[in-house]
Design a protein around this ligand. Structure first.
Ligand code: FAD
Length: 494
């Protein structure tokens, strides 16, 4: 007999709600804990999971396997080609190991909820106790309602209620109990699992050797790395976070999104640590850097709540139906130029190249390139949303969808459609010295001063052309008017 914990996007041993409960159950029953993870190439395909992200998960699983092994806990990892077979495979393994209890943390996307519903039914039929718990978010979806009893669709009042709720339920920030070691005999019983290795990435998500090295260098895996990054950020950067977080050249944010999205760090852990670094215990007082950071982490909760309450956002539909009828352009040359960072707008190009190289883009730049795609190129924001998923190492459906909905003015609590970022002004404001641009666009490294923001318009055309930097593919002024007209027309029809 044994208890099973099914790892998904919670790849850590510490402060993990379901794992902690599974461990307790095993200890109480005097039986071993067995952990499992399933590599599902069809899920990767369906969700456009990027190859760097899959690589990060697999590297993290190595760390996790070693950590668990120290506690005599086996981690079984296998690849299941057909995603419909995942529940069946879990049950087969449970039968083989004699498991009577399965634990996992809930994932809130539609496909995952359906899969869990299927597994719940199958477990019931087999007399297995299947426990799913909230862990990915600090406040469980459904817990917060506005005065009129509805779900919030605007962030600020939602955030005030979120803070109040956490203050009233301080237990939400408590650390989950540490897990206990299995008896030594588990080493022998599960020798085959201990001896097995982590599978390599499926062919549809493989990286070249050079890419693997590059991503491993940018994003060291595992929960220890996450904890280290968090403590360094708290010690060195959080106090100035609010003032500096918008400047992409300053490296002033936590760079923890990859860990939060794969669960090598829990949002709860990060918020608790930020709170403990503050001079007050309230989440909305003391250091503005700390409260600012907590508010950003809360956006992550917000978008997951949105996903649960309006699951149609998982189905390529904009949050508000009246935004569904905008007429988009499908210009493949423009889209390719955007993807490759060759639009002739230096800040846009720098940002896209940062993402293509690192699997990461600064938040300010995500908003700039999102707005540029929808309102300067007039290209359907969903193509941008999808491209991001195929590139980001921190790709997370809810945050990505929420961010795109915001930038393209079609989502929940969006930027109003008539607020159209001017990419040159954004560049001058948030990358005044052009450091970020010169870092990511080598063709412009020799361009001095302000000309870096628009080389062809400010006398550096020869230099830019000589190095092969493209001219603008569209004129912002012209496109802006078109965008306003299209959005208005779309709204009129909706
Ligand atoms: P920090 O500034 O240190 O913030 C701390 C944490 O708070 C982040 O790690 C993240 O978990 C959370 N957070 C911060 N801002 C947001 C936000 N606007 N929405 C939701 N959570 C937030 N974030 C992802 O994790 N995955 C995505 O796929 C993703 N796609 C995005 C797409 C667009 C178009 C936009 C505008 C934003 C997107 N974001 C996404 C949100 C944000 O850009 C990143 O979380 C952030 O840049 C990560 O860097 P960091 O860890 O240094 O952030």
């Amino acid at each position: 007999e044994c208890v099973v914990h099914w790892f998904k996007r919670d790849l850590r041993t510490r402060d993990n709600t379901a794992l902690s409960r599974a461990s307790k159950k095993a200890e109480e029953g005097g039986v071993p804990l067995v952990c499992m993870f399933i590599v599902s190439p069809q899920d990767y395909e369906a969700h456009l999971t990027s190859a760097p992200r899959v690589d990060f998960e697999l590297r993290t699983l190595e760390v996790l396997k070693a950590d668990l092994e120290e506690l005599n806990i086996p981690l079984y990892v296998t690849t299941i080609e057909n995603r419909k077979d995942v529940p069946k495979h879990i049950l087969e393994k449970c039968a083989e190991w004699g498991a009577k209890h399965i634990y996992c943390n809930i994932e809130y996307e539609v496909d995952e909820l359906r899969r869990e519903a299927k597994l719940t039914k199958a477990c019931l039929a087999k007399g297995i106790d299947f426990t799913t718990v909230h862990d990915d978010v600090v406040v469980p979806p459904g817990a917060l309602k506005s005065g009129s009893g509805n779900q919030y669709s605007v962030y600020s009042p939602w955030f005030r209620t979120w803070i109040k709720h956490v203050h009233e339920h301080p237990v939400l920030l408590n650390e989950a109990d540490p897990i206990s070691a299995n008896p030594l005999s588990a080493k022998e019983t599960f020798a085959a699992i201990f001896a097995s290795s982590i599978p390599s990435a499926p062919p549809n998500k493989s990286l070249t050797e050079a890419e693997r090295k590059r991503y491993a260098n940018y994003w060291p895996p595992g929960e220890h790395e996450a904890a280290l990054r968090l403590s360094r950020f708290l010690a060195e950067k959080i106090k100035k976070y609010k003032d500096l977080r918008n400047f992409p050249s300053l490296n002033s944010t936590s760079l923890l999104s990859v860990h939060l999205s794969s669960g090598t760090l829990a949002a709860r852990t990060a918020i608790r640590a930020a709170r403990d670094a503050n001079s007050v215990t309230r989440l909305d007082g003391g250091s503005p850097g700390i409260t600012g950071y907590i508010s950003e982490l809360a956006w992550r909760d917000f978008y997951k709540h949105v996903l649960c309450h309006w699951p149609y956002v998982c189905m390529s539909k904009p949050f508000k139906y009246e935004y569904a009828d905008i007429e988009w352009e499908y210009n493949p040359a423009h889209f390719t130029a955007w993807c490759e960072g060759k639009t002739g707008y230096p800040i846009v190009d720098a940002a896209m190249r940062q993402m293509n190289e690192m699997g990461y883009m600064h938040n300010r730049c995500r908003m700039i390139v999102g707005s540029f795609l929808a309102k300067d190129l007039l290209i359907d924001w969903r193509l941008g949303e999808q491209y991001f998923m195929t590139r980001l190492v921190d790709g997370d459906f809810a945050s990505n969808n929420g961010g795109w909905g915001f930038s393209a003015s079609v989502g929940v609590d969006p930027q109003p459609y008539f607020r159209i970022f001017n990419p040159v002004l954004q560049s001058e404001k948030f990358d005044a010295e052009g450091e970020y641009i010169r870092k990511w666009v080598p063709e412009l490294r020799g361009v001095g001063g302000k000309a870096v923001h628009e080389p062809y318009a400010r006398g550096a055309g020869k230099e830019a052309e000589g190095k092969g930097y493209p001219r603008r593919i569209v004129e912002h002024k012209v496109q802006r008017e078109k965008a306003l007209e299209r959005y208005k027309r779309g709204l009129g029809r909706g």
